[in-house]
Structure formats: C-alpha cells, structure tokens
Design a protein around this ligand. Structure first.
Ligand code: ZN
Length: 302
C-alpha cells in the first residue's frame, strides 16, 4: 500500500510516500503547482467561474447547482459540464499543472448531480445525440476525460464520490469508461467522524471490486477552519484505516489543511499505543502496513 498526505498548503508533510496538493479548490482559488507534489484540481465545481458567469451554472428540474440548493449534495456552485469555454480553459490549465508537478488528480470532472444539466445547450446536445438521457450524459463525461488524457502526460487519477451504485445516474460517471483513461481512482470518503467504521470498510470493499485500476481512498483529518473537537479522533482514523486497508485497496490519503495538522494527527496516532496493539489482530499484511506506517511516525513526532 501507499500512503499520501492530501493538503491545501504547498509543503510536504514528513512520513508519507507521496503528496497531493489542492492547487485548484471548489471556491475557484488557485495556487501554483509544486514540482515534486501531485496536483488536485476541482474542474466544474468552481464558485469563481459561476460568479463571473452566472449563465454557466448547471441547471436541473430541481433548480441550479448553486451553493445552498439543498435538493442536491452540493456545497459549491457547479458549472455545466458541457460549457465549452470552461472546458477548454480547464484543459489548458490541467496541461500546464501537469507539466509543473507530478500529475493531476481530478475532482468534480462530471455532472453536478442527478437531473443535471438541462440548460439550453445541454438539451440541444442531448437531442442531437440520439441517445437516451443517461447514455448522453455518460458520453459527455467520458469524451471529456478522453480529451483530458490527451493533455495530461503524467499521472491522471479520477477522484470519485463514495457512491458505488448510482454514479452514472447522478454524475454521468461510468467506472469502466473512466478506467480506460485513468491511472488510478481515489474514492473520497470524507467525514467529520468515522464512528461506524463498518460502513467505510464496506464501501472500500465494494469499490475495490468495481474499479479496474488501483484504488485509493481519502480520509478526513482536519480541514481549513476546523476546530479540534469537530474532526475525527485519532482512534477513529486508525481504526477506519486498518479496516479499509484489509479490503485490498492500494492506498490511503489523509486530508488536512497543512503539514502542521498532519503532524498533530501523527502524534495523536503514535500516542494510541494500546489501540495500535489491539489493531494488530485485525488482519494480515495490509493492516500491518498501516501499523508500520504509524510506527515510522514515532521518529517524526518523538
Ligand atoms: Zn448544461
């Protein structure tokens, strides 16, 4: 297994195999990529683009994909996934970011959610395609990812929502289609607590079965603006890491605002001596790899 630090600040945290930097986040804010870090780009979720071009926002029978529309699981404003200027600009941006870093991990590279998008352009493209609605959406997403693959020469990873069953109906994402272009998948499993690790383990097992490329999962440690009492405990993170590891996934990333929050987590994890011993009994080699990782952190935080 490989372990990554997934951060908002352009600085590498000690004690990980690789580093993923959020160079463009859903607010639309961009920071320069870093040569020896991987780059994470939110493509269509983009508050800044939606603010500058209100007519670009994805539309649906349940309203636009605007932050605050509670019909959907949307925390940002999302641009229509067929918007030609946004698509083109993002392709150029991805190519540039790829050149200046170790590759590109994409978020929100698909439709906003079920029922999207019913803007006039999408309605027309759908009608012209002769396909049914779900097939048309799937084709739009897959064709765009094929274009991305032509521009990204290094690693290309598809971050996906933790929905193994209705991904096509909601986002136009077909896992088999994306596997043709992706080097790996990253299932984003963010939560403010992991009190019931059983569910996350089940999801990891399901995705490992479905996805035809290496599978990473991302766990939530400490986001920008969080309070220590609002984030998952080190015990929950250790337990859920071990339980997901034993499903056969290929790696785990830990999301934090920066190296300092990662280090706090590492110290708290190292201090859970009894739990670490207890977790030894949870499985074979992958579990041991997680526990060895925590052991390797002793030197860092000691
Ligand atoms: Zn549209």
């Amino acid at each position: 297994m490989k372990f990554g630090a997934y951060v908002y600040e352009p600085e590498k945290a000690a004690g990980f195999d690789f580093h993923l930097l959020r160079v463009k986040i859903e607010t639309g804010t961009r920071i320069p990529p870093v040569q020896d870090m991987h780059s994470n780009i939110a493509v269509f979720a983009d508050n800044a683009a939606a603010r500058s071009h209100p007519d670009w926002i994805s539309q649906s029978p349940l309203g636009p994909a605007r932050m605050g529309n509670n019909n959907f699981n949307i925390y940002w404003s999302v641009v229509c996934a067929t918007q030609p200027e946004h698509r083109a600009e993002q392709l150029d941006y991805m190519e540039d970011v790829d050149r200046h870093s170790m590759g590109v991990w994409l978020n929100s590279q698909y439709f906003a959610d079920h029922g999207h998008c019913t803007c006039p352009r999408c309605k027309e493209r759908w009608k012209k395609s002769g396909l049914n609605w779900l097939e048309w959406r799937r084709k739009e997403v897959t064709d765009y990812i094929a274009q991305v693959r032509e521009r990204v020469k290094k690693e290309l990873v598809m971050c996906i929502q933790p929905d193994p069953v209705t991904s096509c109906e909601r986002y136009g994402v077909d896992f088999g289609d994306l596997a043709k272009y992706a080097d790996a998948f990253n299932v984003v499993m963010f939560s403010k607590n992991y009190a019931t690790p059983w569910y996350w383990e089940m999801l990891a097992r399901g995705f490992k079965k479905l996805l035809k490329k290496p599978v990473y999962i991302s766990l939530y440690v400490f986001g920008p603006g969080d309070n220590a009492k609002d984030v998952p405990s080190a015990s929950e993170l250790l337990t859920v890491s071990v339980r997901c590891a034993r499903t056969g996934i290929d790696g785990i990333l830990y999301l934090a605002s920066g190296p300092s929050q990662i280090r706090d987590f590492q110290k708290a994890a190292v201090d859970k001596v009894e739990l670490r011993e207890h977790l030894e009994s949870y499985g074979g080699r992958p579990v041991q790899e997680v526990l060895d990782l925590v052991k390797s952190w002793e030197k860092i935080v000691g």
